[in-house]
Design a protein around this ligand. Structure first.
Ligand code: SF4
Length: 692
């Protein structure tokens, strides 16, 4: 079999922001893709048979800025009731496209396609029932399966063509069919092939009103799948619009961070025509988050500063003709956008090598730093016991500017101090100098253990050869850590460009990614830093992170004078949240909770809060909390334990993908979940902190 390599790039440019051009698809009057703005959408959580509640909720979503409302249609009854919902919305003056969400029920899809502007089908379950079976398919058996799907799917295509209805082929990582799993595995490539099979059937019927999505609750998998999908579409001459989303992202800060990491990473490269942020909250609360993510790119092209192009770049590529479950890597030292490969670095103290990425917390704006001041960074000093207690999210280093600490610091903490101050106090334990490049090259005194060198990526890349020459000069000193900074509006790409330069020249010095944000709200800080830093971590870049925030002390907001500066605790938790979402450092329990929809069988928000309050100390455990048995088990993907609604007041518990207790009374289900965690040896009693 001849090896055919795909085109080299999954986006227009790795350095210059521009929207990746797709064809325009119309859902009613709403254009998606082409030169339309990034569209904002969400999904109702009400019972679809409750017309009044669904209409009211849709109106709240529309008023918040939602441009397309998705409503679940699990059976014919709900599909037919979409007509009442649509009529009532029109009567009340809301002419907005509706999308029916379909799983397992082709007849409901066919009914809905005659009523609403768009239908979403999941290729993992449209014509397949999931049995979690591994079957070895011969080519002939595989083709006959495809023919069976074709026969089942073509009637829907014909109706969509006749009624001018658009379709989303929405693949979910957690609900791939047994057939795809058997051939491609539970991989981004499997997700891509799952959509392509349906897409090819649509094209063979001359139906092109299609939007595609590749969702996963793991942002790494999601990003890789979209990138691969674009490569595959390019190869087959296709350019369908892309709907971006991270499934089951959860609630509150975790849900926002995870969504920003996944969606933002792709938006940074100009990918994405419509987005949905899935939070376990009221759907109208998803809209400001989605708008915040999308609006950042409305002026990116004009505000960005030029970044030198990458020359001679080698990618890890995959060979689509080999049907391999994993992309083939040309050279692991090269940039690898389709699989996670952490950049190879040497270890300096506890940074780089196999160490988890480190967190640096900024204390430079404090007039004085006392032991009590370290509390928001995860260190609690007990005067009575003369002991430090560490939380799971205790930072690793603090930057103090020109201040040396005059008390005994916790054994796990290091202090970065500006070089000039360090130079005259260099005997102080675990205080390390922060140099500019020039200071470092001219320095008469350096730390024998750890030296940080701050580099402005734009200045350094202006002469990449000098940049590399400088680093080659110092790379044998195994006590240097670089800090990459950027002032570019398109800063992620600039920092990535600098990382690629290190990769290409095989310079293995560890690097901390630093971003500085000026005068933005707490929510913007959360979303922007998750995007900017998360996008690099997902590509395996970064041995530490440092978020700095410079805020005017007070600004006028709705007639009130308020300080918008996020507090230290918030920024510290945000740093650990980004590492958790990118799965590069696990410091807390992970909840994969579905956003709920008309199928949901219990109050997801209340139940998630209840489970969280009992289990949020179980570092590293993943708990899936899913509203229904139809999609829940598949979509909770790689959760260690699952809590799934199976009937009114009934819960089924899972260990991994195995059912362990069926239909427990919901009153007793949280206790039963905890017993299950205990039984498998994953339970620890709650303690507030670790003593050092
Ligand atoms: S898992 Fe949750 S969001 Fe998905 S279909 Fe079931 S109830 Fe709806």
């Amino acid at each position: 079999m001849t090896t055919k390599l795909l085109p080299m790039l999954y986006c227009n440019s790795l350095t210059e922001y521009s929207r990746y051009k797709t064809r325009e698809v119309k859902a009613g009057d709403l254009g998606i893709g082409g030169s339309n703005p990034i569209r904002i959408q969400s999904m109702t959580t009400t019972d679809t048979m409750n017309t009044a509640a669904t209409v009211e909720q849709s109106i709240r979503m529309i008023e918040a800025g939602c441009e397309l409302v998705r409503i679940t249609a699990p059976s014919m009854n709900e599909a037919k009731n979409l007509k009442n919902i649509k009529d009532e919305l029109l009567k009340r003056g809301y002419k907005i496209p509706l999308c029916a969400d379909i799983h397992f029920t082709p007849n409901a899809a066919e009914a809905a396609a005659r009523i609403v502007e768009k239908v979403r089908v999941n290729p993992g379950n449209y014509a397949d029932k999931k049995k979690f079976e591994h079957i070895e398919y011969t080519d002939a058996a595989y083709d006959s399966e495809l023919n069976r799907i074709r026969d089942r799917f073509i009637p829907l295509i014909k109706i969509c063509k006749e009624y001018g209805t658009a379709m989303r082929i929405g693949t979910n990582h957690g609900s791939l069919s047994d057939r795809i799993l058997s051939r491609y595995g539970d991989t981004p490539l499997g997700m891509v092939e799952s959509a392509m099979e349906f897409l090819r059937i649509c094209e063979s019927e001359n139906y092109f009103s299609i939007v595609l999505s590749m969702k996963s609750s793991n942002p790494q998998v999601m990003v890789q799948a979209y990138r691969m999908l674009i490569m595959k579409m390019q190869e087959e001459g296709m350019n369908y619009p892309l709907h971006l989303g991270v499934t089951e992202a959860g609630e509150g800060e975790d849900g926002r961070i995870k969504s920003a990491v996944g969606i933002g990473t792709l938006l940074e490269d100009g990918i994405g025509d419509t987005i949905r942020v899935s939070l376990t909250e009221e759907p109208e609360l998803e809209i400001p988050v989605a708008k915040n993510l999308a609006e950042r790119y409305s002026r990116r092209a004009e505000l960005q500063k030029a970044i030198p192009e990458v020359t001679g770049l080698q990618f890890a590529v995959y060979n689509p003709n080999e049907n391999s479950a994993k992309p083939e890597t040309v050279n692991r030292k090269r940039y690898s956008p389709y699989e996670y490969t952490r950049r190879n670095t040497h270890e300096v103290l506890n940074i780089g090598g196999h160490n988890v990425p480190r967190v640096i917390s900024d204390f430079s704006d404090r007039d004085t730093i006392s032991p009590a001041a370290l509390f928001p960074a995860g260190y609690n000093y007990s005067v009575a016991l003369d002991k430090w207690n560490l939380s799971d999210q205790a930072c690793d280093y603090i930057f103090t500017g020109d201040k040396m600490l005059d008390f005994e610091i916790p054994g796990t903490l290091g202090v970065l101090v500006k070089y000039k101050t360090w130079k005259t106090n260099s005997g102080r334990e675990r205080h390390y100098p922060l140099f500019t490049v020039k200071e470092f090259l001219d320095a008469e005194k350096r730390s024998t253990e750890l030296n940080f060198i701050s580099m402005d990526c734009q200045a350094e890349l202006a002469s990449a050869s000098v940049f590399i020459q400088t680093l080659k000069q110092v790379q044998d000193d195994k006590n240097i850590v670089l800090i990459f900074e950027t002032g570019n509006e398109h800063g992620m790409a600039e920092q990535r460009r600098a990382f690629i330069e290190l990769l290409q020249n095989q310079i293995n010095i560890p690097v901390v990614v630093k971003r500085n944000y000026q005068n933005i709200s707490e929510e913007q800080l959360q979303l922007h830093s998750s995007t900017d830093i998360g996008a690099l971590l997902i590509d395996g870049f970064g041995d530490g992170i440092w978020i700095e925030q410079n805020q005017k002390p007070e600004i006028r907001n709705h007639q009130r004078r308020v300080s918008l500066k996020a507090d230290q605790k918030f920024v510290n938790a945000l740093s650990f949240g980004i590492l958790q979402a990118t799965r590069t450092r696990i410091s807390k329990t992970e909840y994969i909770s579905c956003p709920s929809c008309g199928r949901t069988l219990f109050d997801l928000q209340e139940t998630t809060a209840k489970i969280r309050s009992r289990t949020d100390h179980l570092k590293g455990i993943k708990i899936g909390i899913m509203g229904c048995i139809v999609n829940g088990p598949g979509e909770m993907a790689d959760a260690d334990y699952g809590y799934v609604g199976t009937g009114v007041g009934k819960i089924t518990l899972y260990k991994g993908k195995e059912i362990v207790q069926r239909n427990i009374d919901s009153e007793k289900a949280v206790d039963a979940l905890i017993d299950l965690i205990r039984l498998h040896g994953d339970w620890v009693e709650k303690e507030n902190s670790i003593e050092v």
